[in-house]
Design a protein around this ligand. Structure first.
Ligand code: SF4
Length: 328
């Protein structure tokens, strides 16, 4: 959960996740959709699916906890060198180093490494340095401390060198090069993307489609959407989307404009609502679809932008609730 995400953001997710899945067995037995739903909002959903698959594989192999076995753990989906070493050094005090964004920055500065840390030779050097620094015992605590130091003291833009326990050893500080090390990748230009999304309504239910098991947002659900072609209007793009879905609709009406970012893409998603007239749903590029009542939307894992659209829909009262409980 903490990869690419701040601790403060993660804590409520972590607590909720552990309340629902206090053991590996419970996680292994859970429906993957429920795991995704509890992960919703953290992004990088492939990690949630990998975690769910790994729990199942471990359970099938007869394990009730993550075993103290780097080769076995390293063979699980989603467990790269960093994750294996972080888990086993903290769970079993295995003397294994870690290297992630925070520790990488600390090590580059400490040793005055001016080359690009993404370069494979430099990376290999950093792994060796991380290993050479490990104490004989409490490697997990050491790894945790190195990451914390990077996150709280040796920060990217404003390292607090006067409070740093490494200041007398630090080459970047000695050379006053803290702001040049590590070498930063050139920031890539942002790209504006115009999209259209359609909420197709059929007798109270709305159409959700499920993404395939590969690629971004694998296995997640969403309202059908796609980018506009060059000089295409929103209505024309909506017509093209409905045709791809095999549907004919009436009453295309504006619902919301949702703006969000995905990596370097700044996406403006114009959301339209349409009333189903006829057709059988086709799902090109999707693995499944469902007609969903408004009060069922919380059960489906959606990306953050799609959840905003779902909320907008329910708050606007433009789709009815079905559940007798909700309707009173
Ligand atoms: S002295 Fe400054 S630059 Fe060096 S490791 Fe500490 S915080 Fe980072």
């Amino acid at each position: 959960m903490l990869q690419q995400t701040q601790m403060a953001t993660v804590i409520p997710y972590f607590d909720r996740f552990l309340r629902r899945f206090p053991t590996l067995t419970e996680l292994a037995q859970a429906d993957e959709q429920e795991v995704l739903r509890l992960w919703e909002g953290l992004g990088y959903y492939r990690r949630a699916r990998a975690l769910s698959q790994s729990a199942r594989l471990l359970q099938e192999a007869g394990h009730e906890t993550v075993p103290d076995d780097p080769d076995l753990v390293g063979s699980l989906p989603g467990f790269g060198r960093y994750t294996v070493n972080a888990v086993l050094s903290q769970a079993y005090d295995r003397r294994l180093p870690i290297l992630e964004a925070n520790s990488e920055r600390v090590l580059c500065r400490l040793y005055g490494i001016q080359q690009n840390p993404r370069d494979s030779a430099v990376r290999a050097q950093l792994w060796k340095l991380a290993e050479s620094l490990l104490p004989k015992k409490s490697a997990g605590d050491f790894n945790q401390a190195l990451m914390e130091l990077g996150a709280l003291v040796c920060t990217p833009a404003q390292p607090n060198c006067s409070a740093c326990p490494l200041r007398v050893h630090c080459q970047a500080k000695a050379q006053s090069r803290q702001h040049e090390i590590p070498l930063r990748a050139k920031s890539t230009a942002t790209v504006a993307v115009d999209e259209v999304a359609i909420v197709v309504q059929k007798r109270g239910g709305v159409l959700l489609v499920q993404r395939s098991d590969e690629g971004r947002w694998a296995g997640m659900w969403e309202f059908p959407h796609h980018p506009l072609e060059e000089r295409e209007s929103h209505e024309a793009a909506a017509g093209r989307l409905l045709a791809a879905l095999g549907l004919e609709c009436d009453q295309l009406s504006p619902l919301a404009l949702i703006q969000h970012s995905v990596t370097r893409f700044r996406i403006s998603m114009t959301c339209l609502q349409a009333r189903y007239r006829r057709g059988v749903v086709q799902t090109p590029g999707y693995q499944n679809f469902a007609w969903v009542y408004a009060d069922e939307l919380p059960n489906y894992p959606l990306s953050a932008a799609q959840r905003r659209l779902a909320r907008c829909l329910t708050q606007s009262g433009r789709v009815p609730m079905r559940s007798p409980k909700t309707n009173g």
